[in-house]
Design a protein around this ligand. Structure first.
Ligand code: ATP
Ligand code: MG
Length: 191
């Protein structure tokens, strides 16, 4: 029994974990609900393991106080809103492009600063698909990031190039959504 336990636990030695440790590029895409909340769940898990976590939200206003922002503040997790509180589609495109470019500069600086173990770029796919942030620049930054840094990108319609570069990609399919039955956004569930 003791041998069995030892064999079972052999792979759990800290040095074993360290040996295989590497930073992952994770993409949560698709048109179903759960991309951002999955990233938030991952942040919670990483934070619990002592990883230094930070989130940039490309569509949220910095003053947004959704449920997740309140919880992140309680946990002491850094988060920044980089948008103007509207979806890009509903605003003038020049302003949207400028906001996206500015947001990317901040995110890139954080990646290069190497002060975090997990960085989430929420709704960043749109900046790429609209061409507001050049893919080659993002690709170079992601490839040159610290070896142990995890990066999560969320948003619909991820670029094929981003999907190709990523280690883990999940596409969330909308089987059904309450919104389609005329049910409005619920506090604590949608925001
Ligand atoms: P969540 O933040 O709940 O994880 P998400 O990040 O997957 O959602 P987004 O595309 O960022 O989804 O859209 C954000 C908002 O739109 C959320 O309030 C979410 O409930 C809603 N939403 C997501 N998918 C759908 C859908 N298929 N139909 C209607 N509303 C949706
Ligand atoms: Mg989202």
């Amino acid at each position: 029994m003791r041998e069995l336990t030892a064999a079972r636990d052999a792979h759990r030695k800290p040095e074993g974990i360290q040996k295989g440790r590497r930073g992952l590029l994770i993409v949560n895409t698709g048109h179903g609900k759960g991309k951002t909340t999955a990233a938030l769940g991952l942040m919670m898990r990483a934070h619990g393991r002592g990883l230094r976590v930070r989130m940039f939200q490309f569509l949220k206003h910095d003053l947004a106080r959704f449920g997740e922002h309140r919880t992140l503040d309680t946990l002491g997790i850094d988060h920044e809103g980089l948008g103007d509180g509207f979806t890009w589609r509903s605003r003038d495109l020049e302003n949207s492009a400028a906001l996206a470019a500015h947001g990317w500069e901040l995110a890139r600086a954080a990646i290069e600063a190497s002060e975090h173990d997990l960085i989430v770029l929420d709704e960043f796919t749109y900046a790429l698909t609209y061409g507001w942030v050049p893919w080659p620049e993002v690709e170079a930054t992601l490839k040159a990031r610290p070896a142990l840094m995890h990066v999560v990108v969320t948003g619909r319609d991820a670029l094929p190039e981003l999907i190709a570069l990523a280690d883990t990609v999940s596409e969330i399919m909308p089987v059904k959504h309450a919104y389609d039955s005329g049910i409005g956004a619920q506090t604590g569930i949608e925001y």
